[in-house]
Design a protein around this ligand. Structure first.
Ligand code: GLU
Ligand code: ZN
Length: 497
């Protein structure tokens, strides 16, 4: 059987470096074994999935040179490759499980489930479904379904015993069934949950090896059971260590830019980002640090995957990127600069901002410098303002950053409404409120319109500049905690969804 790997990202938000990291290892593993790499889109969360986000994933992976052999846009033998288009397939398998007594229909209301959970929490027990609908009479089930009663389908889990499975890096892993919930497989809206969809798809798509984040390790017993219930052979599994923030927490956009687009816009080269991500989980047999993904394919050896929590370190990434830049000929360097920013597409995004504002073309450069490149570094004095105390400046920056962290879409109206509401809640004139943001984003008190700048820079870069401004103002940990609290108290009044 030839090797087949896959990634299954959810198209919500910006394309994540964690997706690129998983894609790289799956791609390398497949190519090393002469196999295929599949891209599947997990868009069963219909409320959060968007077509733009899906397209952004395609673009980001292609920019990195990680092409897939089968996927939603290129087709393949086992499509469709978007889970939202496979509903009927999952429904059929769910019915089979119910018929065979491996799953059951559950009519419990949210209120009832909340009560059960609260009681279990009070008794310091593992919170899980209590089996209430496990033995409902078949006629009653049919009658209630026919009557249109809302219901889900849950999987059966043995009451006793434990599940032992093999992770290729960790060896045998054992988890008692008492810790495994009777997982919902099909939601009330008829959509499958991740657990059903992943098992059905990995099987039907002939996936031989699953390389994914270690955060899924505890879900494996559910999958083991489903493979057994269906009588299918389970793929081999490798759970990779997750990327981490410098404080060792799981890499998050609140602490570290996570979007691939951010790194591209910052002028990180695709081959440097790939090389960096490779180093996060793997090392060359000769320990050299600079290598291409093709060299990684040739030398790949899964036993060299490390289990430590790799820290995503911006300084190291910049160093590595610099090594690549310096290795280029002048021609190549020039071509890369042109590809990066000084190309027509990027310039087009800037022209509407400057069209009415320049008389000589050379006026353009000082206007857009902070959009094209890094803005100047800030000192506390940059934030001096006749109407604002330091405390107010810090509050504006902190609360805006906190609100931006929660914002789902990065669109003009959302950004504008949010800022207006924040200014009102903080009882500041809108103009005064905007001042610290202008400084944080552009390094100046007067620049191109703020909301245009935010849109051009994108969410990750805008947030990174706000974080950096708070650093420049020497905000202490204690101050931050106090600010977090005051923000939490007002967050419910803000237009965030
Ligand atoms: N959508 C899941 C994720 O991106 C897929 C997990 C898996 O690979 O099984 O984390
Ligand atoms: Zn129930």
């Amino acid at each position: 059987m030839s090797v087949r790997t896959r990634i299954a990202p959810s198209p919500t938000g910006d394309p994540h470096v964690g997706t690129a990291y998983m894609a790289l290892f799956n791609w390398v593993f497949a190519k090393h074994h002469g196999g295929e790499f599949v891209l599947r889109i997990e868009d069963t969360d219909q409320a959060r999935s968007t077509a733009e986000s899906e397209q952004a994933i395609f673009n980001a992976l292609r920019w990195l040179g990680l092409e897939w052999d089968a996927g939603p846009d290129v087709g393949g033998p086992d499509g469709p490759y978007r889970q939202s288009e496979r509903r009927e397939i999952y429904a059929e398998y769910a019915r089979q499980l119910v018929r065979d007594g491996h799953a059951f229909v559950c009519f419990c209301t949210k209120e009832r489930l909340d009560q059960v959970r609260a009681a279990q929490q009070a008794a310091k027990q593992t919170t899980r479904y209590d089996g209430h609908c496990l033995n409902l009479d078949a006629d009653e089930v049919s009658r209630r379904i026919a009557a249109g009663d809302e219901h889900v389908i849950r999987m059966c889990v043995p009451e006793q015993g434990e599940c032992t499975f093999t992770d290729q890096l960790r060896g045998a892993v054992t988890i008692p069934y008492s810790q495994i919930d009777m997982q919902v497989l099909v939601k009330a809206d008829g959509m499958p949950t991740y657990h059903l969809a992943v098992v059905v798809d990995d099987h039907l798509m002939g996936i031989t090896h699953i390389l994914r984040g270690e955060d899924w390790l505890n879900s494996v017993p559910k999958h083991v059971l489903l493979y057994e219930y269906f009588g299918w052979r389970m793929p081999a599994m490798v759970h990779l260590p997750l990327l981490r923030n410098p404080d060792s927490s799981k890499l998050s956009k609140r602490k570290n830019p996570t979007s691939i687009t951010y790194y591209r816009d910052e002028g990180i080269l695709p081959e440097a980002l790939i090389n960096y991500l490779a180093l996060m989980g793997w090392s060359m047999p000769d320990e050299r640090e600079i290598f291409s993904k093709e060299e990684m394919v040739a030398a790949f050896d899964e036993t060299r995957i490390s289990l430590g929590g790799p820290i995503f370190d911006q300084t190291k990434l910049s160093w590595l990127n610099g090594q690549y830049l310096r290795s280029f000929s002048e021609d190549e360097f020039a071509r890369r600069v042109a590809d990066w920013m000084l190309n027509e597409d990027k310039l087009r995004g800037l022209i509407p901002l400057v069209h009415e504002r320049v008389e000589r073309l050379s006026d353009l450069v000082p206007l857009v410098d902070y959009l094209v490149g890094a803005r100047k570094s800030l000192t506390p004095e940059d934030f001096n303002h006749k109407n604002l105390q330091r405390e107010q400046v810090v509050m504006v920056l902190h609360h805006t950053l906190a609100a931006f962290d929660l914002l789902r879409r990065w669109q003009r109206d959302d950004l504008f409404n949010l800022s207006q509401q924040l200014a009102e809640t903080l009882q500041l004139k809108f103009r005064d409120f905007l001042f610290p943001l202008f400084v944080a984003i552009s390094g100046r008190s007067v620049s191109l319109p703020l909301f245009d700048s935010l849109l051009f820079l994108g969410a990750d870069l805008s947030r990174a500049r706000l974080r950096d401004a708070l650093e420049a103002l020497n905000v202490s940990g204690k101050e931050r905690k106090r600010l977090d609290k005051s923000f939490a108290a007002m967050a419910s009044e803000l237009p965030l969804e």
